[in-house]
Design a protein around this ligand. Structure first.
Ligand code: MEV
Length: 315
């Protein structure tokens, strides 16, 4: 018997980085998935085969000695084997449609799908339990992770996230999102560490930006409720300015955002920044024009994933 789980990618509509310091963020799960298949095997090892490579480690391997790209999954596997007193090993296969390292939540989705798949071999976890396990795994690599990405990949839809919990916004938006990839790969933990330095060296400026971002998000929640795409887009452009001020945008991202300024409703980088993707908010009236403006870049129109993590057992 195999346990199969999949989880969607995500974009951060508003609030990245500020969420690490107790703000609110608004995220949207999107229609690209990572799928994890796991099975119990008669061995003393945990084997992972993935698009990023393969690894076989002993069940008792100290997790901090494991290659960072497999560490979270090994942690989740070891934790489940121990919790359910299993004498067996595990074989895990990971397949992804989500480009890695470009702000679309590939590592969070991997942790969520792994938690759902591996736990599913032993028990039936609720989405909240999957999220808790996935976040524990994610934090073995990225200690300061706010949990926002993991929550979005777990619950799907458009969510409002604070460190206290996740609220599904239950919206049927009129807008569509275009994602354009700068193809510059970033390290989320490095960018988050840089923002920490900014906060420490310019604490007053950072505090004002946090307040401005919080106020912006309250206005966005209102605009989302009213389904006012023009206003939501304008606020994205304001959010981009906040992100520029904390130093997580760069010339490429600025130019990409600038190139759709007059044609979309608004645009911003999404995720950690320093590369990765931008999102542009559009509807049918300006979709084509925005795609044309971004034609130099790999871009796609995304659909909202309303399902979040999915699990099943197969023979
Ligand atoms: C990364 O996708 C989002 C950040 O806010 C980090 C986090 O929330 O853990 C930059």
């Amino acid at each position: 018997m195999k346990s199969v789980a999949s989880a969607p990618a995500k974009v951060i509509l508003f609030g990245e980085h500020f969420i690490v310091y107790g703000g609110k963020a608004i995220l949207c799960a999107i229609d690209k998935r990572i799928t994890v298949e796991s099975e119990i095997v008669n061995s003393d090892t945990i084997q992972i085969d993935s698009d990023l490579g393969s690894i076989t480690v002993s069940k008792s391997e100290p997790v901090d000695k494991v290659d960072a790209k497999f560490r979270s999954v090994i942690f989740i596997a070891q934790k489940m084997l121990k919790q359910f007193n299993s004498k067996s090993g595990l074989k895990i296969s990971i397949r992804s449609e989500i480009p890695a390292g470009v702000g679309l939540g590939s590592s969070s989705a991997c942790c969520v799908a792994s938690a759902g798949s591996i736990a599913g071999l032993f028990t039936r976890y609720s989405k909240q339990e999957i999220l808790n396990l996935a976040l524990e795994g994610e934090r073995t690599v990225f200690e300061r992770a706010s949990g926002a990405d993991t929550a979005s990949c777990t619950f799907g839809g458009i969510v409002e996230y604070t460190k206290q919990g996740t609220k599904n916004l239950d919206l049927s938006p009129k807008f569509q999102l275009i994602i354009a990839n700068s193809k510059i790969v970033h390290s989320t933990s490095d960018v988050v560490a840089r923002v920490k330095q900014f906060k420490e060296s310019k604490s007053d400026e950072f505090a004002i930006l946090c307040d401005n971002e919080s106020a912006l998000i309250e206005e966005v929640l209102d605009a989302l409720e009213k389904n006012n795409s023009k206003e939501i887009g304008e606020k994205m452009t304001v959010n981009q300015a906040h992100l520029q001020k904390i130093g997580v945008s760069n010339k490429t991202l600025d130019l990409m955002v600038q190139s759709v300024k007059d044609v979309s409703y608004g645009a911003k980088l999404t995720g950690a920044g320093d590369g990765g993707c931008i999102i542009a908010l559009v509807d049918e009236s300006n979709l084509k024009g925005t795609l044309n403006a971004l034609s130099e870049h790999e871009c796609f129109v995304t659909k909202i994933d309303t399902v979040g993590v999915e699990q099943k057992l197969v023979n």
